[in-house]
Write a protein that binds this ligand. Structure first.
Ligand SMILES: [Zn+2]
Length: 298
């Protein structure tokens, strides 16, 4: 049995994943806002799950950042984790080696293992949520890269910007016009306020578009076109077999299908066979991918 843990900004979720992909136990707790308390909470969650399933398990953890080659956390928006040797501390606390991985990579691993990208050679997993991230799985193996940023397309600039889009809003990374500032949920909402003068949640804008509201429908058409442009620049470099959409914005109706149809406008190829699909495992993909960080049961 494998334990997977998703260390989120507001909650920590843990599951026990059986070898057949079934979830044998699931627990959620609020994320403490300090390092030591986070380590404690993870250790307690592992102990509780192992007691529930009656077995010692491997432990994989998805984190909102990356582990540097020196073994410390970086780029986490849960800033109390940054610079801390989380893997080493959890190894000691749990008495076994623990594997940590960026949460977008965990999403890609999950969907490549037994989700919407199963059976494909090159899978690009995309998170369109509070932030925009991604992960790359090639022949079943997650590509991390020496800087541990493989797949971080959200902090490239939006390709083929129109004069209206240039230079784009300020991004949390310190630059302007990043893909994340256009395609994250908050970015989509900010654009709607800026261009339509209405402050509404992403879900409300999507619902209005479904009812035939012209401004909301137009905003979503622009969103789909921007997503197609942004993904086309990934296709030109990586040429994945399949792109799997995840995160809250992946729930926009017909998003994957319409972006797949738009890709040929922008990809450098006279024919484009890249599939764009919605994820299969929804909110559970990250935590399932964390469990899959270990290839076999302990
Ligand atoms: Zn950025």
């Amino acid at each position: 049995m494998r334990i997977g843990i998703d260390l989120g900004g507001t909650k920590i979720e843990g599951i026990a994943l059986a070898n057949d992909g079934a979830i044998a136990a699931r627990i959620r707790v609020a994320t403490p806002r300090s390092y030591d308390a986070s380590v404690n909470a993870i250790a307690e969650l592992v102990a509780k799950i192992e007691s529930d399933v009656g077995a010692k398990c491997s432990v994989g953890i998805g984190i909102p950042g990356a582990i540097t080659p020196a073994g410390v956390v970086k780029n986490a928006n849960s800033t109390w984790l940054n610079g801390r040797p989380l893997a080493k501390d959890l190894d000691a606390r749990l008495g076994r080696p623990v594997r940590l991985m960026n949460d977008a990579n965990c999403f890609a691993i999950s969907e490549a293992a037994d989700g919407a990208g199963a059976g494909e050679d090159v899978v690009f997993g995309v998170i369109l949520g509070t932030g925009v991230g991604g992960g790359i799985v090639v022949a079943g193996k997650c590509l991390e890269g020496p800087n541990r940023i493989a797949g971080e397309w959200g902090h490239n600039p939006l390709p083929w910007m129109t004069p209206d889009e240039f230079p784009g809003a300020a991004c949390s990374c310190g630059r302007r016009g990043c893909i994340e500032t256009f395609l994250s949920g908050p970015g989509f909402e900010r654009e709607f306020v800026d261009h339509r003068g209405r402050g509404e949640s992403s879900a409300a804008i999507v619902a209005a578009a479904e009812r035939g509201d012209p401004a909301a429908a137009e905003a979503l058409a622009v969103y789909r076109d921007r997503l197609a442009r942004a993904l086309a620049s990934v296709v030109n470099v990586l040429d994945p077999n399949v792109i799997v959409l995840g995160g809250g914005m992946s729930n926009v109706p017909r998003l994957a299908e319409s972006v797949e149809d738009l890709l040929p406008r922008y990809v450098f190829s006279d024919s484009v066979v890249t599939r764009v699909v919605k994820n299969w495992h929804g909110d559970s993909s990250g935590v399932r991918g964390a469990a899959w960080l270990w290839p076999a049961a302990f």
